[in-house]
Design a protein around this ligand. Structure first.
Ligand SMILES: Cc1cc2nc3c(=O)[nH]c(=O)nc-3n(C[C@H](O)[C@H](O)[C@H](O)COP(=O)(O)OP(=O)(O)OC[C@H]3O[C@@H](n4cnc5c(N)ncnc54)[C@H](O)[C@@H]3O)c2cc1C
Length: 396
């Protein structure tokens, strides 16, 4: 059992029983003991007033001090050879972290015929690009990318790895972290370096967005984080920058459990919500799926994208890829229209950091008005076409 309790020291005070977040500690025959629900989180070790509890976990990065791990890495997610927008944001933020630590900023790029993309990553601030180039890497593949990344990390020992909190980054990050036995903080909105201990301070909303939690990974390396797109400023391009491109070979004999047969682009007249500066979202208050065409018209006039609440998606009115909120996408546009959306907390966590929120709802008491910059009390079916017409006139 990796939780060891010294019966000599234990006073059966039950501090660990109340301090265990999983209710797994109990006192048996006068000595504390961990039960089945134990997750090895170490909370009991911290709360024990007499130092009777020890956590005997194999530190997978042990034997190597944090000092052996250096450099800040950015996973350079690409589609069709084009780096995702969040990669440029991570290079901007990663540059600051690397400069503070006095270390290098490196990008890891997988793809087919992507040398030009690698050069662009240098222009956007990377000192080194680790490049895996192979036809099998043209599209993201969990097993192949995760195996190659894990092997590279074991060989090069980066201190920090940043990935975009995109569907690809959210799939790759945990696979690599699990294989390495290190921690991963998901969906960060802020990163900084602890000036004393040089650990990465990873900040993200918690408890439905009601508090901001800063998470540290002090005992394991590398420190891994996925970062929400559109939160951090993009790096500036400087084509006079120089750096090195280090080519790497794929590991042999990777067991590929899945294969990408075909990539089908979703056809849409409007932009992708993760990238859009303007999002026009609709909820159950739109009343009927055909009324989403009103939102599409407004989005088109403003060069924006259409979003949806879960109620609208669950009703089959709009595709899941447009869902905003806790179980959908987190968005951060300049302007967010909430049309016929009540403002449930699960929706708010996905959109409340938008710069301007315009809520249209017939109920003046709807919670959405509490976070709205501008509120319009009225029928969406009248207000939305009137706004479309007004914007069309203004924009010519
Ligand atoms: C674990 C979990 C995860 C969830 N994840 C998400 C998520 O990712 N995203 C999400 O959105 N929700 C999510 N939900 C669901 C969430 O709790 C709400 O149920 C949902 O957001 C409600 O959607 P809505 O605002 O469209 O519908 P409703 O709450 O029914 O609100 C409809 C609104 O439209 C207004 N209205 C009606 N007719 C008109 C009209 N003609 N003109 C103007 N206004 C009108 C009403 O006044 C009302 O305020 C989640 C819930 C759970 C439990």
């Amino acid at each position: 059992m990796p939780i060891l309790v010294s019966s000599d020291k234990c006073t059966a005070c039950e501090a660990c029983v109340s301090g265990c977040p999983f209710g797994a500690m109990q006192v048996v025959s006068g000595t504390a003991a961990a039960g089945d629900g134990c997750t090895l989180c170490g909370a009991c070790v911290d709360v024990c007033p007499v130092g009777a509890i020890e956590l005997q976990v194999e530190r997978k990065a042990a034997g190597t001090s944090a000092g052996d791990y250096r450099d800040v890495w950015v996973f350079a997610e690409q589609r069709g050879g084009r780096a995702a927008g969040v990669v440029l944001e991570l290079l901007g933020e990663g540059r600051k972290l690397a400069d503070q630590l006095g270390e290098k900023l490196c990008a890891v790029l997988f793809g087919d015929k992507v040398e030009q993309t690698a050069r662009e990553l240098l222009a956007f601030g990377a000192d080194t690009v680790y490049l895996f180039e192979d036809p099998s890497l043209a599209n993201y593949q969990d097993d192949l990318y995760a195996s190659a990344m894990t092997e590279l990390v074991r060989a090069e020992k980066p201190g920090i790895i940043l990935l975009g909190a995109t569907s690809i980054g959210r799939s790759l990050g945990p696979r690599v972290a699990t294989r390495l036995g290190t921690g991963l903080t998901a969906d960060c909105t802020g990163l900084a370096i602890d000036p004393e201990k040089k650990n990465l301070l990873q900040t993200r909303p918690a408890f439905g967005g009601n508090i901001m939690a800063t998470i540290v990974c002090p005992n394991h390396r590398p420190q891994m984080a996925t970062v929400r797109p559109k939160v951090m400023a993009r790096a500036k391009r400087d084509d006079s920058r120089h750096g090195e491109i280090v080519r790497k070979a794929l590991p042999k004999g990777v067991d590929l459990r899945t294969r990408v047969l075909e990539v089908v682009d979703e056809l849409s007249e409007t932009a992708n919500i993760a990238e859009a500066d303007v999002i026009v979202s609709g909820g159950r208050g739109m009343g009927d799926p055909k009324n989403f065409s009103l939102l599409e018209k407004l989005a088109k006039v403003l060069g924006g994208a259409v979003g949806a609440s879960r109620a609208a998606v669950d009703a089959g009115w709009y595709p899941y890829s447009h869902q905003v909120g806790q179980t959908g996408k987190t968005v951060n546009p300049k302007i967010y229209f909430a049309c016929g959306i009540s403002g449930a907390v699960q929706h708010l966590v996905g959109m409340q950091s938008s710069e301007i929120i315009i809520a249209i709802n017939e109920n003046p008491e709807a919670p959405i008005f509490k976070v709205a910059t501008y509120g319009i009390v009225g029928d969406v079916l009248e207000v939305v076409p009137a706004l479309t017409e007004a914007f069309r006139r203004v924009r010519g």
